[in-house]
Design a protein around this ligand. Structure first.
Ligand SMILES: [Zn+2]
Length: 1078
């Protein structure tokens, strides 16, 4: 689901609510490709399984991009900093010992870190012991973070609920949610909070110094002086409470975290990950769920909650990170004001995490997970083997060797462990696989899902046998070289996508610092990497890796095997259990109790729905319109021509890397071939040529480039009937290797043979597994795609390649692969012929001017090899799904509810104010009603300025019809809106913050390409910006008329449980057509 709120930002960012749900597993920059519909993006070359150890909760659903998300560099998270040759240290403003002393700090140590061209100083606040890492460099994207060690003792979710709650008002900022005010009205480039199994992080980032310090102050006040410890209402709202609207009705549980976690516990992959973590470390804090188990959350009391804050949210237990180009002395000034208010506390000792002692024998666990009734349940088992690698911390070189080994075994489709498991046909896809070193002790997991009962044991045996084989035989030299190049490239590029670099560094540093280890060490990888490389060169890779596999994995008895079996009864059983508990609660109440509960429910709702008074809102610092640049950021773009092909060049500093996109048009593609396109893209990357196996081809890509990916992209174009529909080949390499890059692109496009039936069959079953996972985890995206497919052609195309229609297509195709492989193979060939052509091709290149000139020859050669015209005549796209309200049934405890309509159909003409208004609707009306009082984890709207489709969506939502009613009330909300100038200014600034989102150079070049494809000119961006800046209250009221079309003529699609759909259809005479999906 990849639409966008704003035209210029459209290409890289969207409303903050959207950022949370769209993360791609690209081997290229994840930030950029996501803005338009790119259904095939999850088919890129490196598809990364979630790591078993990762269990991080966020205030808004944005996941922390793990190394896995950052693509190729899967588990070397700690390495992701820029590799730069040692240079003389530039001079950054320094804080003298005296100045530090005056503010109550002492300098503990100080270093210049060449890897990130930064001067880093560790300070200690003398009175409390609070530690501060102050990192100075030239990066304008400044980052602040405060991290507390918060080990839970049970699974009631205290750390998670507290993480949500402290941002709901504080001493200096006594309003309902300062967090939301910052979301609305700041220029933040990052704003969120994370709960890990053992720590809680509060990071913010901004490129504007004034804005940055505003954010820092709100966060510091929130952490140390939150209102939630005196206000039970926040605990009830974010954690849990009984809801009773009328004494005659049933009692239910409500709470944002409660429903967020119900969503988590509806996803089999997540359940497996949590069971694995708890089973592998049963004796310390990792044996419980810091996020909260929905069964345990209602056991939490307000007293325990307050006590946890008092105990752990203290400077003595805090580690603070500052990063960027601001004044380091100012940082200490800000901190001393807060820290000086505290005396030392023993919390640093009481929060210590004890290591798990290693087991003397392996264990095995069998568990059930909630499954749907459809499909062959016998084939839906999951199995996963997990190892805790060590009791004591490992030295840096061993950690590097483990990370390297992980990439060698699992990093690409050609990696042996991944390849052997997938080719075995024993399961559909890998699950929970990889090294993880984010917690105290590193662990390694590998497993499969979609396994039939009889094959569970075979999977276990194959995993062990393959590891033994790898230990005995070692890895091919080409594979080692490819991994080494991939890792080094990724270090040099340091492409963190839309995630600030300073935050990525903070998370690496904190992964050791939080355990009282050296915070500098994780940032300095050059020497240990050199040493490891030298050892591989001298002794051979086998001498390095075989002992590692043997010691840490094969001969390690701390092994936990987990088997998960599907249980179609489990979801309804859990629902029944909850119901019976609530019935008992009700039965135990007197009439007065019930009346009191109904009164309390009403009181909470009233409080939630009452807006903050203007004086309270005013206390949250914000910028003025005069602080905002009047012009959008322009990307240097030169449009030229090589042999009849349009070439866009962006002259930007890229640290000697070339980024290239080759775009082909789908104008000659036959309709019926459309759903095959994602698999066509995957086949190009993973089938091999006449001379090269796919393994060799992938190794070559790894050795010579920074990665290549192929994916489709579709979008509506404003004012046109025909959609924009393309296939993009995206690659990057060092400038000196551009020729290799284009040769390899040519090889993939022209020479790959579609002959490997068994591999194609794997692609199909992997895609099915991925789509099924998407239905459970991102049902709002599936619902949005479905509505879009009813409302416009681009949406229909996109849904054919990534929505429910695609899943249905895949299920049919799975059978067809055996019956008619010839037919499929020639269809793939036909797709190739209809795309590959100079005619309709566009090339986009981003690098410095000199490199752009140097690579021209290789590009010319590449283009000369393309046929002049595509085969087949032009086709007209005109597909749409029939307009109807649909409910898609899946086994879940929480729903995804959507409603959408096209506002251009009312004659509405796009004005920049639409971005301000839709953001405002998301952060006020929907946030307050759907999330705060409705109890859903997320509720937001999205406006696609290209198609005119305005959609409302909810995420992990306990309600269904009630949410639709809230959507329908939006027009009246706008009509009744009363807004002072300050609130309006805030809304405008927040929108500009989205539009101007921070971009790394590759993202700038890519955004420019997208604008070119969609016909968005710089003049139009300037005009839209002016319209944004001059948005008035009248614009809000006028917009109400346009948005009423969603209420009156819109379509609704929900992805929900059978029970809730039945109830909705009973209440509103068969409102939904029901469709079974899982
Ligand atoms: Zn959360």
């Amino acid at each position: 689901m990849l639409r966008t709120v704003s035209c210029s930002a459209s290409l890289t960012s969207a409303s903050p609510f959207f950022r949370q749900f769209r993360l791609s597993y690209s081997s290229l920059s994840p930030s950029t490709s996501s803005a338009l519909r790119v259904p095939g993006r999850n088919l890129r070359r490196v598809s990364s399984p979630p790591s078993a150890g990762r269990r991080v909760f966020l205030r808004r659903g944005l996941r922390v991009p793990s190394a896995a998300d950052r693509g190729v560099n899967r588990q070397l998270s700690r390495l992701s900093v820029r590799a730069v040759a040692t240079q003389p240290a530039p001079s950054y403003p320094d804080v003298g010992q005296d100045e530090a002393e005056k503010l109550g700090f002492e300098k503990v140590s100080e270093e210049f870190i060449s890897e990130c061209k930064s001067k880093a100083t560790l300070f200690r606040h003398k009175k409390t012991g609070c530690e501060v890492m102050s990192v100075s460099n030239e990066d304008e994207n400044k980052v602040f973070g405060i991290v507390l060690r918060t080990p839970p003792k049970d699974s009631t979710g205290i750390p998670h609920i507290l993480e949500h709650s402290v941002l709901c008002g504080s001493r200096k900022y006594p309003l309902k949610e300062p967090f939301v005010e910052l979301l609305k009205g700041s220029l933040h480039t990052f704003l969120n909070a994370f709960t890990y199994p053992d720590r809680t992080c509060y990071p913010v980032a901004s490129t504007n110094t004034k804005d940055f310090y505003n954010l820092v102050d709100v966060y510091l006040d929130a952490v140390f002086f939150p209102k939630c410890v005196d206000d039970v209402h926040t605990f009830q709202q974010e954690g849990w409470h009984y809801e009773l609207n009328d004494p005659s009705e049933d009692i239910s549980y409500k709470g944002v975290v409660f429903n967020e976690m119900k969503g988590v516990y509806s996803q089999p992959d997540n359940i497996l990950g949590r069971i694995a973590q708890q089973a592998i470390s049963p004796d310390n804090t990792y044996g419980v769920d810091s996020g909260g188990d929905p069964k345990d959350i209602p056991k939490l009391t307000f007293e325990e909650f307050k006590d946890f804050h008092r105990k752990y949210y203290h400077p003595s237990n805090a580690r603070i990170w500052f990063y960027g180009d601001d004044d380091p002395l100012q940082r200490l000034h800000i901190l001393s004001e807060y820290l000086d208010m505290f005396e030392a506390s023993p919390s640093r000792d009481t929060s210590k995490i004890e290591p798990q002692k290693l087991f003397s024998a392996p264990i095995r666990i069998v568990e059930k997970y909630p499954a749907g009734r459809d499909g062959d349940l016998k084939k839906k088992n999951m199995v996963c083997i997990n190892w805790l690698l060590s009791e004591k911390p490992l030295d840096l070189e061993t950690q590097l060797a483990l990370g390297f080994l992980d990439h060698l075994m699992l990093g690409t489709p050609a990696s042996p462990l991944r390849k052997i498991l997938l080719e075995s046909g024993l399961g559909e896809a890998l699950v929970s696989s990889g090294m993880s070193d984010e917690l105290l002790q590193p662990q390694f997991s590998v497993g499969m899902k979609g396994v039939s009962e009889d094959n569970v044991q075979k999977v276990e045996e194959l995993i062990i046998a393959t590891l033994q084989k790898l230990a005995e035989e070692g890895f091919e030299n080409e594979a080692v070289e490819a991994s080494m190049n991939t890792i080094e490239f990724s270090l040099r590029e340091n492409n963190t996508g839309s995630f600030p670099r300073g935050l990525s560094l903070m998370l690496q540093s904190i992964a050791k610092w939080i355990y009282d280890m050296d915070p500098f060490e994780p940032l300095k990888y050059t020497e240990p990497l050199k040493a490891l490389k030298a050892r591989i060169a001298e002794e051979g890779s086998k001498a390095v890796f075989s002992p590692v596999i043997e010691q840490f994995i094969l001969n390690n008895s701390h092994r936990v095997t987990i088997e998960m079996q599907p249980d179609p009864e489990k979801a309804s059983q859990e629902e029944a259990e909850e119901k019976s508990i609530l019935e008992k609660v009700k039965a135990g109440m007197t009439e007065e109790d019930l009346a009191e509960l109904a009164r309390a429910t009403e009181e909470l709702r009233l409080k939630q729905e009452t807006p903050d008074p203007p004086e309270a809102l005013r206390c949250v610092p914000s910028l003025n319109l005069s602080d905002i640049p009047k012009e959008p950021t322009y990307v240097p773009t030169e449009v030229g021509d090589i042999n009849g092909v349009k070439v866009l060049r962006h002259d930007l500093f890229t640290n000697d890397i070339v980024y290239a996109e080759v775009v082909f048009d789908t104008g000659s593609l036959k309709h019926e071939l459309l759903p095959l396109v994602p698999l066509f893209c995957q086949s190009l990357m993973e089938m091999g040529t006449k001379d090269l196996s796919f393994v060799q081809l992938n190794q070559m890509i790894g050795r010579k480039t920074g990665g290549i990916s192929v994916y489709p992209l579709t979008s509506s174009v404003r004012g046109k009937d025909e959609p924009c529909s393309k296939i993009i080949v995206r690659g990057k390499s060092m400038a000196g290797r551009a020729e290799d890059l284009f040769n390899l692109m040519n090889c993939l496009l022209q020479e790959v043979q579609f002959t490997d039936q068994p591999r194609f069959k794997q692609f199909v079953s992997q895609s099915i597994a991925r789509m099924e996972n998407r239905l459970r985890g991102s049902g709002h995206g599936v619902a949005a795609a479905r509505m879009d497919a009813m409302l416009n052609i681009a949406g229909w195309m996109s849904e054919q390649m990534g929505g429910l229609s695609y899943l249905e297509f895949l299920r049919t195709l799975e059978k067809k692969v055996d019956e008619d492989w010839e037919g499929i193979s020639s269809s793939l060939e036909e797709i190739r012929r209809s795309l590959l052509a100079k005619n309709g091709c566009i090339v986009n290149m981003t690098a410095d001017g000199k490199s752009l000139t140097n690579i021209e020859k290789s590009l010319e050669k590449f283009l000369d090899l393309l046929p002049e015209n595509p085969s087949g005549g032009l086709v007209t796209w005109d597909g749409r799904l029939p307009l109807r309200n649909e409910a898609i049934v899946i086994p879940t405890q929480v729903n995804y509810v959507g409603k959408a309509g096209n506002i251009y159909s009312t004659g509405y003409e796009l004005d920049g104010s639409a971005y301000v208004i839709s953001k405002h609707i998301s952060t006020t009306w929907l946030w307050d009603r759907v999330r705060v009082s409705g109890g859903a984890y997320g509720g937001f709207c999205d406006f696609d300025s290209h198609s005119g489709v305005f959609s409302f969506l909810s995420y992990r939502d306990p309600n269904l019809l009630k949410t639709l009613d809230i959507y329908d009330g939006t027009g009246d909300f706008l009509r009744g809106l009363d807004m002072d100038q300050e609130t309006l200014t805030k809304a405008i600034i927040g929108t500009i913050g989205d539009v101007d989102s921070y971009q790394l150079p590759d993202a700038k070049g890519y955004s420019s390409l997208m604008r070119h494809l969609l016909g968005v000119t710089d003049e139009e961006r300037q005009r839209k910006r002016e319209e944004i800046l001059t948005t008035s209250l009248k614009d809000f009221k006028d917009f109400a008329e346009a948005i009423d079309v969603v209420r009156d003529k819109g379509v609704s699609v929900a992805v929900a449980s059978a029970e809730d759909i039945d109830a909705a259809n009973n209440a509103r005479s068969n409102f939904f057509e029901v469709k079974k999906a899982l």
